[in-house]
Design a protein around this ligand. Structure first.
Ligand code: 2M8
Length: 448
C-alpha cells in the first residue's frame, strides 16, 4: 500500500495538485504533459472545488485565456517553458495562420471533450459562498456558451445534435481501437509527412504509448489543418477524420444540462442550453445506442458507418440521461459481465478501457485496456443518476483501492492479479486528474 489510510490518501492527493500547480493552472503531470490541457483542467477544478474555490476558478479562467474567437476551446494552452520537451509544441501547430486564434496565448488548433460546464456546476455546488459563486457563473457563462455554440455550429454538419471530433486527440481517448479503421485508411507512403521528433516515448515507456504509425497519422492530420489555415469550411471538406464519439457528445449534453441549471440560477436565458442538450441526449439514444450489446457506438461520418466496439466510452452516455430508466439494464449487465468485470479466475478492476475479450485489448497500452480514473469518475456519476448504487460503489472502491495501492498513476492495469512480467505502474506518476477526482470521491457529500 502506498498510503495506509484514506486520510493519508487525501493529503497526498492535495499534495499532487500542489506539486503540479504552476501559479495559474495545474499541469496534468510534470514531464510528459507540461502545459495546460483542456479536459484535464475541468477535472482538476472539480477536486479543488472541495477545498479551494478560488483555485478552481483560476484553473478554469486560465484555460479560457486560450479560447479562439470562434469559440473553440483549444486542447492545449501552452506556457512559455524553455524546459518543455512536449511535441507537438506551438511552433509545430502554427496557429498564427488561423484567423480566429488568440494573440495573447499560444494554443493548439483542436479541442477536447467539453467538461467545463459540468465542472463549473460541481465547484459551484461545493462552495458555501453563494454570492461569489454567482459572480463566477456570470463571468464564465458567456465563454462556455461560445464554446458550445462553436461545436454545434461547426461540428454538427447534419444538424442532428451530434458533434464530431476531427482528431483522435480531440476525443481524449487518443489511441482507442475505435479509431483503428479510420487510421487504416491512411497510407503514410502516399503523403509527404513533415519531419518531426516524438518526445512522449522518450519520457514515457514505449510499450505504454501509441505506436509510430499512430503518431504519423496524428501529425498528418495536424498538417492538413495547417495547410488550410484552420479554416472551418475547408476542414469540413478536407479533414479525413470525422467521428461522432459517444463520450464526447455525452459530456457536451451533460455540460449543457448543468449550464441550463446554472443559467436559471443566475437569471440568464436557458433556452439554448436546454434545446441543445436535449437534442444531443436524444440523438445519442436514437443513433448510437445498441440495446442488444448494451452500449453506445461511435459513428464514422467520413464513411457513414457505425463503429461497433465495446469501449468504456460507449457506457458514458448515462451521465447525460441518454437512456430511458427502463432501458438501462442491458448497459448495467454489460458492466457486470466478464467483458468488463473479468472472469472468476481473473477478476478485473472496473472499468477497463476496452472489453477484456476483445482481441485488440492491450492491458498496458494507454487507451487500449487500462483503467482510467476520469472514465471511472464519469461512469460513477452516470450510475448515481440511474440509482445503480451498488455498481457505483464498486467503481469508487476499485478506484480508491488502485490509487491507494499504486499511487496517483495516469492509468492502471485492469486485472486484479498482476500478470507475470508486467510492471504495476502505468503511464506517468503524480497525475493531476487521478488526484483531483480521488479528492472528489473522498470529500463529496453524496458518495456511495
Ligand atoms: C493524453 O493526450 C496527449 C495529447 O492531447 C498526449 O498524449 O500527448 C490523453 O490521455 C488526453 O486525454 C489527456 O488530456 C492528455 C493530458 O493528460 O494526455
Amino acid at each position: 500500500m502506498a498510503y495506509a489510510t484514506r486520510e493519508e490518501l487525501l493529503a497526498a492527493a492535495q499534495g499532487v495538485l500542489a506539486h503540479n500547480w504552476t501559479g495559474s493552472f495545474t499541469k496534468p503531470t510534470e514531464h510528459l504533459y507540461p502545459h495546460q490541457w483542456n479536459w484535464d483542467s475541468g477535472f482538476i477544478a472539480i477536486g479543488y472545488g472541495h477545498y479551494d474555490f478560488e483555485r478552481a476558478v483560476t484553473e478554469l479562467k486560465s484555460l479560457y485565456r486560450g479560447q479562439w474567437r470562434n469559440g473553440m476551446l483549444p486542447h492545449i494552452v501552452f506556457r512559455e517553458d524553455p524546459q518543455s520537451r512536449y511535441f507537438p509544441g506551438p511552433d509545430f501547430w502554427e496557429t498564427h495562420r488561423a484567423e480566429d486564434a488568440p494573440t495573447a496565448a499560444m494554443t493548439s488548433g483542436i479541442t477536447q471533450p467539453p467538461v467545463q460546464g459540468w465542472a463549473l456546476w460541481h465547484i459551484v455546488r461545493a462552495t458555501k459562498d453563494r454570492r461569489r459563486a454567482r459572480e463566477v457563473v456570470n463571468e464564465l457563462l458567456p465563454l462556455i456558451r461560445a464554446q458550445h455554440e462553436y461545436l454545434y455550429l461547426y461540428r454538427d454538419p447534419n444538424k442532428e445534435g451530434l458533434v464530431y471530433v476531427r482528431h483522435p486527440w480531440e476525443s481524449g481517448t487518443d489511441n482507442s481501437p475505435a479509431w483503428d479503421d479510420a487510421l487504416k485508411r491512411f497510407d503514410p507512403s502516399e503523403v509527404v509527412l513533415p519531419v518531426y521528433q516524438r518526445q512522449d516515448n522518450q519520457i514515457g515507456k514505449v510499450n505504454h504509448r501509441p505506436t509510430q504509425r499512430d503518431y504519423d497519422y496524428y501529425v498528418y492530420l495536424l498538417d492538413v489543418y495547417r495547410r488550410y489555415s484552420y479554416e472551418e469550411g475547408a476542414l469540413e471538406s478536407h479533414c479525413p477524420f470525422r467521428i461522432q464519439d459517444p463520450m464526447f457528445n455525452a459530456i457536451l449534453a451533460r455540460s449543457g444540462e448543468c449550464m441550463s441549471e446554472l443559467a436559471e440560477w443566475v437569471g440568464a436565458p436557458t433556452d439554448s442550453w436546454v434545446r441543445q442538450s436535449t437534442m444531443t441526449r436524444r440523438a445519442l439514444y436514437d443513433k448510437l445506442w445498441d440495446p442488444q450489446r448494451g452500449t453506445f457506438d461511435a459513428w464514422d461520418l467520413a464513411i457513414e458507418q457505425r463503429i461497433p466496439l465495446e469501449t468504456n466510452s460507449g457506457l458514458i452516455p448515462i451521465i447525460a440521461g441518454s437512456l430511458p430508466n427502463d432501458e438501462v439494464a442491458p448497459l448495467l449487465r454489460r458492466i457486470e459481465s466478464p467483458a468488463f468485470s473479468g472472469e472468476p479466475q481473473s477478476p478485473a478492476f472496473l472499468i477497463p478501457t476496452l472489453a477484456l475479450n476483445d482481441p485488440r485489448l492491450d492491458i498496458e497500452k494507454y487507451w487500449r485496456g487500462p483503467v482510467w480514473i476520469n472514465m471511472n469518475w464519469m461512469l460513477y456519476e452516470g450510475l448515481l443518476r440511474y440509482g445503480a448504487y451498488d455498481t457505483a460503489a464498486r467503481i469508487r472502491e476499485d478506484s480508491l483501492h488502485l490509487i491507494q495501492t499504486y499511487g496517483f498513476q495516469e492509468y492502471f492495469l485492469p486485472y486484479q492479479q498482476l500478470p507475470a512480467g508486467v510492471a504495476p505502474h502505468l503511464g506517468a506518476g503524480k497525475f493531476s486528474w487521478t488526484a483531483s477526482l480521488c479528492i472528489d470521491w473522498l470529500m463529496r457529500s453524496d458518495a456511495v
